[in-house]
Design a protein around this ligand. Structure first.
Ligand SMILES: [Zn+2]
Length: 300
């Protein structure tokens, strides 16, 4: 399975910053050390070109990220320090998803070893999400395939508000999000199907809601391409997820989602993305992302 990665996904942050940038090199290292992927499966990515980003994002917003001129309120909402380094790492992350989607259409399955920045809007970033990689990728593909049917499956613990806002009015795109209803973001943007769970719901409730809602949407929308934002933050030891899934529940989630996408007469082309993860145990976020990619490799 082709995987897209850049050492530039890692951006040094001030001590005590809640976003675990180290998860990117850690998960990459685990996937190689455990021989889930080979060095030859990895394509290194460069920053996404401005013309691709501008199909989704306002030029003035891109400039303000790059120059580090966000207002302090905007920078607080974003949660990351704006400037050339943040612009570059976010553009690389977006390029990884753009290329992974093209690879998934060609080969059936591909991953960006990052991605899923679903709280980014056209003119602002929120919740550690600068650029909306999925929206940029969809708009890129639609230039050549305007009728491509796309489904975004978001199993991160938080609602994909930015993605819903950017893609929600597109009749060829369906967006699905299963998340904690009362958790961040406080202001939700409706998607095609939102499954709001109780705070601190356990694995059984999460998985039964998933089983009841995702397969019917898959059949109804009949996508040509699926972006799966797996999300490591439904885990019980996550700082921000407010869910109680055990490691085994997380593995069952991955198995179910990938089975619905791939275990069918014509497997659906699928892009695997990380989404969020802020585990209290430092290496565990990386391990959960590694597990989702490993589960996808079983279907490659
Ligand atoms: Zn999240």
């Amino acid at each position: 399975m082709r995987c897209y990665y850049s050492p530039g996904y890692y951006l040094p942050l001030p001590d005590g910053h809640p976003f675990p940038m180290a998860k990117f090199p850690q998960a990459h290292g685990m996937l190689l050390a455990d021989e889930i992927i080979d060095v030859s499966d990895i394509e290194l990515v460069e920053p996404c070109a401005r013309e691709h980003l501008e199909r989704v994002h306002h030029p003035a917003y891109l400039d303000r990220i790059q120059r580090g001129t966000l207002t302090s309120k905007e920078a607080t909402l974003l949660g990351l320090p704006p400037g050339p380094a943040l612009y570059e790492r976010s553009a690389r992350e977006t390029e990884g998803t753009r290329l992974a989607a093209r690879a998934a259409l060609a080969d059936g399955l591909a991953a960006n070893l990052a991605g899923g920045t679903h709280h980014a809007f056209a003119d602002r970033g929120e919740g550690f999400c600068v650029l909306n990689d999925v929206a940029v990728s969809v708009r890129d593909l639609q230039r050549e395939q305007p009728d491509l049917r796309v489904l975004v499956v978001d199993t991160d613990a938080h609602q994909g508000n930015g993605t819903h806002a950017l893609l929600g009015s597109d009749p060829n795109v369906a967006t699905y999000s299963i998340h904690v209803a009362a958790n961040y973001p406080s202001r939700k943007v409706s998607g095609t199907l939102d499954v709001g769970l109780e705070r601190y719901a356990r694995g059984e409730a999460y998985l039964s809601a998933l089983r009841a809602t995702l397969p019917p949407l898959l059949e109804r929308h009949a996508p040509d391409l699926v972006y799966w934002l797996s999300g490591a933050d439904p885990h019980q030891n996550d700082r921000f997820g407010q869910l109680q899934l055990t490691l085994r529940d997380m593995q069952e989630r991955d198995r179910l989602v990938l089975g619905w996408l791939r275990d069918r007469p014509r497997p659906l082309s699928t892009v695997v993305l990380y989404g969020g993860g802020y585990n209290r145990e430092p290496l565990h976020t990386a391990r959960l992302h590694r597990n989702s990619v490993a589960a996808a490799c079983d279907w490659a």
